[in-house]
Design a protein. Structure first.
Lengths: 183, 183
DNA sequence: TTAGGGTGTTTAATATAATTGTCAATCGCC
DNA sequence: GGCGATTGACAATTATATTAAACACCCTAA
């Protein structure tokens, strides 16, 4: 959703400066600068003021924006979304993309020393797999226990009750995949 | 731009509660309540989250919204926009509708006792007229001075230098019209 | 009747957007 | 080159959206 870039393109097409557009829209140049650099997400009211001043309709703006927008493929590390409530010193699950719109859910998981998904085993529809990329992880699946080190992996039917536990002394990182997304 | 009503309509169509939609969109039910009652203008990011969760595209949302939206005709008192910076105990100019898109600018003006548009006379293109609805107003136009009471009015070419002054002891209210809009 | 789960609304606290004022860089234009 | 005007960017403050937690209001079942 690169609103900033789109707005800048249209504004320049019309030969408007940030200050001039701001005056027409009843906003300030600073605000437009921030919006165009995607450093803030404008309120619908603000965006409407801007588009009215150009002028271009909301529908038109978003239709040309959304149609020229290819499905997102690449994600920078800081674009991952934390899907578990981040408690200090707890497991961190960072999800790649928006699982709701895909069949595949990929997580970058970080387990501090001693972290544990808990004694009550997990079960859900689908299959999951993962590779340990740092540290050591004890994985329990349907009664079978294994200790995986960096480079090792797992793959199982998610209906089988499972549990993850970092039994090492260092942080453990795992890259995992799940299909269909479990949450 | 009745985003709230539109959102509520679509949400109910899909049989979603505010809480359920909020959960899917990663927002809170309270936020949705405020948006639906137009008590806040959501950020584009928030609105996108909501529409993604429904799901419906931004373009679709605004196209059906804007096409079904008839030009606004009626304005409640609280929908007037203050067009002069509101200083305490100063003149208040409350504008009917958005003058940018109309040939006619109508103001509901309030002058506290002693208020004055200032010794430097005003001049601008167009014609203006008004009726005093409360209090007493001294109006100067091109050297001619008159004291207008409730029910009295004025009408002149705006290029003639003019000035308004509330010489009474009470608040004075005037309903005025200007064409083309002067600001 | 009461207790419990569902709804939408409201409130004070917090996170975020928008303003204000200023900055350095760029562009003519004598 | 030096000056004024205009540009987009930035930091600190102000205004606003968003949250979290409570509320009141149905329902229905015990």
């Amino acid at each position: 959703m690169d609103i900033g870039h789109k707005l800048r393109t249209i504004r320049k097409q019309r030969g408007l400066s940030q200050r001039e557009l701001a005056a027409r829209a009843g906003l300030t140049n600073g605000t437009i600068s921030l919006i165009e650099k995607n450093r803030t997400s404008p309120s619908v009211a603000s965006l409407k003021s801007l588009l009215d001043a150009i002028p271009i309709s909301m529908a038109e703006f978003f239709s040309t924006l959304e149609e020229t927008e290819a499905p997102k493929v690449f994600y920078r590390a800081d674009e991952f979304t934390e899907v578990a409530p981040t408690r200090e010193g707890q497991v961190s699950l960072r999800q790649l993309g928006n699982a709701e719109h895909h069949a595949l859910q990929v997580l970058h998981e970080t387990y501090p020393a001693g972290a544990d998904t808990g004694p009550e085993l997990l079960t859900h529809e689908g299959e999951e797999a993962g590779i340990v990329v740092r540290g050591t992880m004890e994985v329990t699946v349907d009664g079978n226990v294994a200790v995986l080190k960096s480079g090792d992996g797992y793959l199982f039917d998610s209906r089988r009750p499972h549990r993850f536990r970092n039994i090492g002394e260092d942080v453990c990182e795992v890259v995992s995949a799940c299909t269909p997304p479990s949450f």
